[in-house]
Design a protein around this ligand. Structure first.
Ligand SMILES: Nc1ncnc2c1ncn2[C@@H]1O[C@H](COP(=O)(O)OP(=O)(O)O)[C@@H](O)[C@H]1O
Ligand SMILES: [Ca+2]
Length: 511
């Protein structure tokens, strides 16, 4: 018995001696292999996660009264709830005038969009076409046309729809947006780009920026102009109040769009006023045009718009000639005759033409034609009131001959209109919106973070639900389920290795 017992002990000891290096080897190999596998799996997980986060695209046509432009945006996929993440990939200017000018040839409006759609097709990866939403929003030019002739405006929208649907993108509609939307979306664009709604802090938390970091928006188009801001006190007229809930915060926005008060329609009003006061003469001085610049128009060019009242008698083919006199002060006083800055009968607070407006509040960005005009005159982003007035006066005072030699590359239409536009801007900003004591709060800007300021980005963010009404969740680099799988796998390997090492320890040193 004793002999057998000793034999068994010797046998076991020999076995242990033989197995120990084997088990140790197995443990080391297992730990190494599993660590490698864990690393590979982690990498694979991350890679596949990155693939599923491929860049997404969205685009919006801004069909303005004077021209149409396409804006293509991109953002990392599945991170739509983040903020400050959407950026502008490209812009494309559609050749020709705005879509409302295609009354006689509606299919031409559709055709005009093709060039930009082709460029977008070449830019967006083919795999993303069907996931790329495309919108068209038409503004005041089409608003006016639909007032004049609804059938014609519908015909044009039908044609642009047809063209957009013939591309492989996710067509989400072509419509006329309201003035209120135009104002509110411009305001959303600015504050989204400036991270005024929500900020991603260094500690990984979403924070709501301090009050006062929200800016107001001033947009000057050709046919309408918009003002949008958060007033100090609640908006009294519910028709001009825009209630928004963005990332759990409520904003009570004041927004108004003045139809017919874009700079091109305002110029028509001025021309109509001059024509009316000069009748029956067929020539009249225009102090908003430069000395040496004469312009002959048919009455139809002035009066074929719902923004002006036709005279009686009226013959659209009769001609009138405007003779430029380049007098800034006179130009301003004429503008004050077509923009009613005195009529505030309904409310103590008002903008112009009797429209209710609470006192302006906070900082503002002025974009579109505000920017083009002030940038051309070297007054952007900011200049003192004194400098602004003297610059405008000396520009208006230049003869047409001097201007053409000084700026050979600038379009005649723009060069001719900057004097009027600059004076118009000063009238509506100072006397209309009452920025007299807040002039230094306005900054004339075109872009924020390489993205154009306009209503299109806000429109897309809203329609694709990229600005949730509630606070976004913190987004990690990979999906949560993948994280869980990876963590579980690593813990499992460590556990297994510990068991093997434990067995070795229990068997203890044998030699
Ligand atoms: N480079 C420029 N210089 C001056 N004015 C410009 C320039 N580019 C565009 N504009 C003007 O800006 C205005 C843009 O208005 P638009 O967006 O077409 O109309 P709306 O917004 O009223 O539908 C037009 O009056 C156009 O002539
Ligand atoms: Ca516009």
């Amino acid at each position: 018995m004793v002999e057998n017992w000793e034999k068994l002990q010797v046998y076991t000891r020999d076995m242990k001696l033989q197995l120990k290096p084997l088990l140790l080897g197995v443990a080391v190999v297992a730990i190494t292999c599993m660590t490698i596998i864990a690393l590979i799996l982690t990498l694979v997980h991350r890679q596949s996660a990155e693939l599923s986060y491929s860049t997404q695209y969205g685009m919006v046509f801004d069909a303005g009264s004077s021209h149409t432009a396409l804006f293509l945006y991109q953002w990392p996929g599945n991170k739509e709830n983040d903020t400050g993440i959407v950026s502008q990939t490209l812009t494309c200017d559609v050749k020709g005038d705005g879509i409302s000018s295609y009354v006689a040839n509606p299919s031409g409006a559709g055709q005009s969009l093709r060039e930009c759609l082709d460029i977008a097709t070449a830019t967006v990866p083919a795999s993303q076409y069907s996931k790329t939403p495309v919108y068209l929003g038409a503004t005041a030019g089409m608003r006016l046309l639909s007032l004049q002739n609804k059938t014609q405006s519908e015909e044009i929208l039908k044609e642009v729809t047809k063209t957009m649907q013939s591309y492989p993108f996710d067509f989400r509609g072509a419509r006329i947006i309201t003035g209120m939307e135009e104002g509110a979306y411009g305001w959303i664009t600015i504050n989204y780009l400036l991270e005024g709604f929500i900020k991603y802090a260094f500690d990984g938390k979403w924070i709501h920026p301090k009050a006062g970091t929200i800016l107001g928006a001033l947009d000057l188009g050709g046919a309408s102009t918009q003002i949008s801001f958060i007033p100090k006190d609640p908006v009294k007229d519910p028709q001009l109040a825009f209630d928004l809930q963005l990332y759990s915060y409520r904003y009570k926005l004041y927004s108004h769009s003045y139809l017919c008060y874009g700079k091109d329609q305002a110029l028509r009003k001025l021309q109509a006023y001059l024509q009316n006061t000069s009748r029956p003469s067929s020539t009249v001085d225009n102090p908003c045009y430069h000395k040496g610049y004469n312009l002959t128009l048919k009455l139809g060019d002035i009066y074929e718009s719902p923004c002006v009242v036709k005279p009686t008698p009226y013959d659209p083919l009769v001609q009138i000639t405007f003779l430029g006199t380049g007098d800034s002060a006179l130009c301003t006083s004429l503008i004050e005759k077509v923009v009613d800055v005195t009529n505030c009968s309904l409310y103590p607070d008002c903008g112009f033409n009797g429209v209710y407006q609470p006192p302006v509040n906070g900082e503002f960005f002025a974009f579109s034609a505000y920017f083009y005009t002030f940038d051309f005159l070297g007054l952007a982003p900011r200049a003192s009131l004194f400098h602004v007035f003297s610059t405008i006066a000396s520009y208006c005072n230049k003869t047409w001959e001097t201007l053409v030699t000084e700026y050979p590359k600038v379009k005649e239409k723009y060069l001719r209109d900057y004097c009027f536009s600059a004076n118009y801007i000063m009238v509506i900003l100072l006397k209309g919106y009452k920025f007299e004591s807040n002039w230094d709060k306005i900054s004339f800007q075109k872009q924020v973070a390489d993205t154009d300021i306009g209503w299109t980005l806000g429109y897309m963010l809203n329609l694709t639900n990229m600005i949730p009404s509630d606070r976004p969740l913190v987004v990690t680099g990979v999906q949560n389920s993948q994280w869980a799988a990876e963590v579980f796998f690593i813990v499992f390997i460590l556990f297994l290795s510990l068991i093997i090492l434990g067995i070795l320890c229990v068997w203890g040193p044998t030699s």
